[in-house]
Design a protein around this ligand. Structure first.
Ligand code: DX5
Ligand code: ZN
Length: 222
């Protein structure tokens, strides 16, 4: 059983300088980042296009041992998980909102012996995820509408869900991290952690900070 009281900080490469990708990956890890978060956007499920499996593969070649937390914001995750597994993901998180076989796709991810996450948009009720909570390693509760970095943390819409997820996990001896993603600063990280989140994704709050090591320390200790 993982220790869900220990905070995990996951800098999001969406906010990195991609012209110096190698240096940026090493910088995030040297600054204390625990995981690297990779935001995959397809221009359909979200209104933005970011990068695909080749980018993940480059990152894997740069940092052989890093935990690569791949967040698929795409319309058909079931059709692409193989590519993201082969690219070297340590975890693949899929969204629950599109129409596809969610349970079967989680099972396929787990068959490859990497971890599986399920993500919910701010408006998506937790009840929809309940049938899958036994299968997953990470529940990602989006704290902004996904698609872009640098947005404002949606406290009212999302914190009750974080608290509810923690309650369900603890009451049923389930075993998933609760991750929050979007608008995470030391102030909002502390709110999210108080409600039960232990994995903190931050793009702007890490790569764009004046001093990444200080900002990661603040996120961890906030
Ligand atoms: C939002 C992405 C996030 C994004 C967070 O669509 O899923 O991972 O990089 O960016 P910040 O930390 O800038 O809100
Ligand atoms: Zn993300």
């Amino acid at each position: 059983m993982s220790d869900f009281n220990q905070r995990i900080v996951a800098p999001s490469l969406l906010a990195a300088d991609w012209s110096r990708l190698g240096e940026e990956c090493h910088r995030a890890i040297a600054a204390g980042g625990d995981w690297l978060h990779l935001d995959i956007m397809d221009g359909h499920f979200v209104d933005n296009i970011s990068f695909g499996p080749n980018f993940v593969k480059h990152v894997r070649n740069i940092v052989a041992d890093a935990y690569l937390d791949t967040h698929l914001m795409i319309e058909r995750p079931d059709q692409y998980i193989r590519d993201f597994i082969e690219a070297g993901s340590s975890n693949i998180t899929i969204h629950i909102e599109p129409e596809y076989d969610v349970g079967g796709t989680i099972a396929k991810i787990k068959e490859s012996e990497i971890s599986a996450g399920l993500a919910l948009n701010p408006v998506t009720p937790l009840e929809l995820a309940e049938p899958f909570l036994e299968q997953i390693d990470i529940l990602l509760i989006m704290t902004v509408v996904p698609g872009f970095g640098g947005q404002k943390f949606m406290k009212e819409e999302t914190m009750p869900k974080v608290a509810q997820a923690k309650k369900i996990r603890d009451n049923n001896n389930l075993n998933f991290h609760i991750e929050v993603d979007g608008g995470i600063t030391p102030e909002t990280a502390s709110i999210a952690a108080d409600h039960g989140a232990n994995v903190l994704v931050a793009g702007t709050g890490t790569f764009k900070a004046e001093d990444m090591a200080t900002s990661i320390k603040e996120l961890r200790e906030s």
